[in-house]
Structure formats: C-alpha cells, structure tokens
Design a binder for this molecule. Structure first.
Ligand SMILES: Nc1nc2c(ncn2[C@@H]2O[C@H](COP(=O)(O)OP(=O)(O)O)[C@@H](O)[C@H]2O)c(=O)[nH]1
Ligand SMILES: [Mg+2]
Length: 446
C-alpha cells in the first residue's frame, strides 16, 4: 500500500545543533529533493554535497537563493525506512533553515507529515511490525541504559519473534482441530486429543515466560514508583533529599510540613525510579493537610513499592507486614549502640547519610531489578501485556473445553481469539483506530 502523497518533516530534535535532517518520503521525494538541490537527479545511496535552494511559491522554481549547504541522501524504494522513496537532507541544525527547506518542498507538492506518519508508512508497507516501531519510540525516550538496551532488543524483533512463534503454534493446533472437524460426528480422536493438549500446555508455559520478561521490560520502560509513607516528622522529606542529594523537599521540625506530593527521579541499578514524598498520615490534620493525606493515600495505592518510614522510636513496627513494603527506621543516629536492631528492617539516618546504600540495595532487591549480568528483558508496553493476558485466558478456556470433550469448533474459536490477541501485538490484527492512536502518540518526523 504505497501512498500517493509525499510527506516532509524534520527528523532530528528541535533546537540548534550541528546537523538537522529534513526527511521526505513518498513517490515525489527524489524529484522534489533534486529540485531543491538544483540537481538533475539524485543517485541512490550516494552522499551528494549540495546547496539547498529556496523555491519561489509563485513560480514554483528555484529563487537562486541558497538556504544552506549540506548532504542529500536518497534511499530508493523499497530499501528505505518507510519502504517508499526517501530523501534525507542534512542541513545545519537551525529551525529557520529547516523550515525554509520544508516550505520549499511543500511548494513542490509535498505536505507536512503528521505525527508518527513515517512510522505508520513503515508499518503499512511491512517494513517493521507494530511493536518494533513502538520499540523505536521507546528507545528514543528511554532514560536509562537498561531501558535503552531492552528497547533495542524489541526493535530488532526479539519480542515479535517470540510472539510469532506462539502464533505458529496456535495455527498448528488449529489445523489439528480442523482435521478433527472432518470427522465431526465423533469426539476428537484420542491421539490428536493428547497432541492438542500437549501443544496447548506448552503454549501456555511459553506465554507465561514471555509475559514475565515483557512485564519486566515494560516496567523498565515506564520506570518504577517508590513512595515514602509514614507519620509526620519521621523524616520522609529528609530521606528524599538525602537519596537525591538535593534539598528538594522542605524539612522542618513542624509536623505537617509536606502537603503536596514531591517527586524526584533517581536511578537505582540502571532502572529509573520515581521517588515520591508524601504528607505524613495522621488523624488531626487541617483541611489542606487532609487533601495532602488523601493524595498520599492515592500515591501509595499506585506505587510499585512503599517505604514505610518510622523514626527512632518505632513503637508500631510490629503492625507492619511484608506487604506494606520496606520498613525503614530513620534517625538511626539517635539510637544507642546497645539498642537492638530488627532483622529485615533498614536503619538509616537521613541527616548523617548513613544506611543509604543498604536502602538502595533493599529497593533493588524488592523490585527484583535485574543486575547487569542477567538477561536483558525486551521492552514492552501495557497494551502488549494485556494482549498476552487475553491470549492466555482464551487458551485456558480452550483447554477446559478440550478436557470436557467439547466440540472442536468451540475450541478452535477460542484459539482464533488467542491468535487475534497475539496478532494485536505485532499489528497483524490491529483495528485502525488503535493504529491511529498509537502512531499519533509519536512525534512529528518519526
Ligand atoms: N537526628 C535526626 N533528625 C532527623 C533525621 N531525619 C530528619 N530529621 C529531623 O526530623 C524533623 C522532621 O523531618 P522531615 O523530613 O520534615 O519529616 P517528614 O515530616 O517525615 O517529612 C526535622 O527536624 C529533621 O531535621 C535523622 O536522620 N536524624
Ligand atoms: Mg515532609
């Protein structure tokens, strides 16, 4: 499905820089670019050192005015990112220069690209699968080395290969069921029954493994949220300041100082962590503080992990359970040497900055953040996780029906649904409005 329109946009980040790239894609990309560069034609995969000329909007020919000098690179269809004719014009990194080049391209019949339109064309022309394009977007926005590495894996197709292997399995089982349908009066023959069951069981196991890796990858992309919770004045804000080595939150000896949520971005073992400071929870608070407490409660409900902060006199330590997160006793500097220390509790002093490394390792351990030598998970998004889960439920239903010797048609229908869910990940069965939604999230020029 090649588009008839040629689109243009700046592919590089906005702002000033050494180089900026204007990208053209579509049937007229090469002729439009050649006119801007005042060349007869461009040779594919050849770096032309050229001058970019301004095109007159009235006469639609060159004004002879040089906008900039740079390189023109022509990627002939289908060997390009979009699968169409693509030309990259490498100019100097200035918004006004780029704008004049794009305006000239538009005079010659191009139009400005919409957000994500280059990626959309790459997808529609079968250059990359949907989740690979999403991985490019994730790579561009990743903010830790691990997130970038996992996005690069998905971009290379590691995730789609896994999904496609599962799809092949489901198709195979469906052919076994089709064969059984030919003898529709009888039950599925015993030999086939066993084979189908074995295959489905295997598929479910693989699905669970892939889900685990994808969930880890998804968390790495979005980062994790860790919330500081506890009574007023235990030193939550001080701890946030100590962990980010900045005075981000106001600290006073007055209970109820923090009202709004304050968050800082940290990096723990290569994973982006958003640490959120909250209002201390107490019952006799005024109106503003009550709103702060409500926000604190919401933050805790949405957190990946909660740090329960207590001060040096932790009377209520026994009431906290494992599910409450990590118990952190602050103001350890006020504890006497002889004071007993509980196992499983992290002792820190925000003001003396002691115990912070132990706290960081406890956070990493609790979040199961993989260390460098472990296998890097591939990047995934929530919609991929949802699709994996839907496929899993459909296969489970199919297995239950198989066990009850239901009609092969019913089992086949469940497997068709599972296949459809998995197909949504790679874009094979993705409704148009979802595609639209996904690509419009991308930025212009991508
Ligand atoms: N001695 C000692 N005092 C601390 C420590 N951390 C915080 N404080 C003090 O405890 C008071 C309350 O601290 P703050 O961070 O505002 O507590 P929050 O209400 O839980 O946010 C302030 O006077 C801090 O200086 C600590 O590790 N040791
Ligand atoms: Mg505070």
């Amino acid at each position: 499905m090649l588009s008839s329109e040629t689109i243009a946009a700046v592919a590089t980040a906005s702002g000033s820089g050494g180089v900026a790239i204007v990208r053209l894609s579509g049937p007229d990309a090469a002729t439009i670019a050649a006119q801007i560069c005042a060349r007869e034609k461009l040779t594919p995969r050849h770096a032309h050192y050229v001058q970019f000329y301004k095109i007159d909007p009235q006469t639609e020919v060159t004004t002879g005015l040089v906008i900039d000098m740079g390189l023109a690179l022509y990627f002939k269809a289908p060997s390009s990112f979009t699968g169409e004719d693509v030309v990259e014009l490498h100019a100097h990194g200035n918004a006004i220069v780029c704008e004049q080049i794009i305006a000239s391209a538009c005079v010659l019949g191009a139009r400005r690209a919409r957000a994500g339109e280059f990626s959309e064309r790459a997808f529609l022309n079968g250059k990359l699968q949907l989740n690979q394009l999403e991985a490019i977007a994730d790579l561009i926005s990743s903010n830790s080395e691990q997130a970038a590495r996992s996005a690069a894996l998905s971009m290379q197709g590691v995730f789609s290969d896994e999904v496609n292997a599962l799809l092949q399995k489901l198709i195979y089982v469906r052919t076994l069921l089709e064969a059984a349908l030919d003898f529709s009066d009888e039950d599925i023959e015993f030999a086939d029954h066993d084979r189908i069951e074995k295959e489905l069981r295997y598929t479910l196991e693989r699905l669970a493994e892939i889900y685990k890796v994808a969930a880890e990858g998804a968390r790495m992309q979005r980062g994790v949220t860790v919330v500081l919770s506890g009574a007023p004045n235990v030193g939550k804000s001080s701890l946030l300041n100590a962990l980010c080595a900045e005075q981000r939150a106001i600290v006073t000896p007055i209970a109820g100082t923090t009202r709004d949520l304050i968050s800082v971005d940290l990096n723990i073992n290569g994973v982006p962590v958003t640490l959120v400071d909250t209002a201390g929870i107490r019952s006799d608070a005024g109106e503003i503080e009550r709103e702060g407490i409500a926000r604190a409660e919401t933050a805790c409900a949405q957190a990946d992990l909660i740090l329960q902060v207590l001060d040096n006199n932790p009377t209520d330590i026994d009431q906290l359970s494992d599910s409450d997160g990590i118990v952190v006793v602050n103001k350890a500097d006020l504890l006497s040497e002889q004071a007993s220390r509980l196992a499983g509790v992290v002792y820190v002093s925000a003001t003396e900055r002691t115990g912070l490394d132990q706290l960081r390792s406890a956070i990493a351990k609790r979040l199961d953040i993989s260390s460098d030598d472990q296998q890097t998970p591939f990047a995934a998004r929530q919609r991929h996780l949802d699709a994996l889960q839907q496929a899993q439920t459909a296969i489970e239903r199919a297995m239950a029906q198989l066990a009850q010797a239901e009609l092969p048609e019913l089992i086949a229908e469940e497997l068709r649904l599972a296949q459809q869910s998995l197909g949504e990940i790679t874009g094979e069965f993705t409704p148009d409005d979802l595609l639209d939604y996904i690509f419009r999230e991308f930025c212009i020029g991508k």
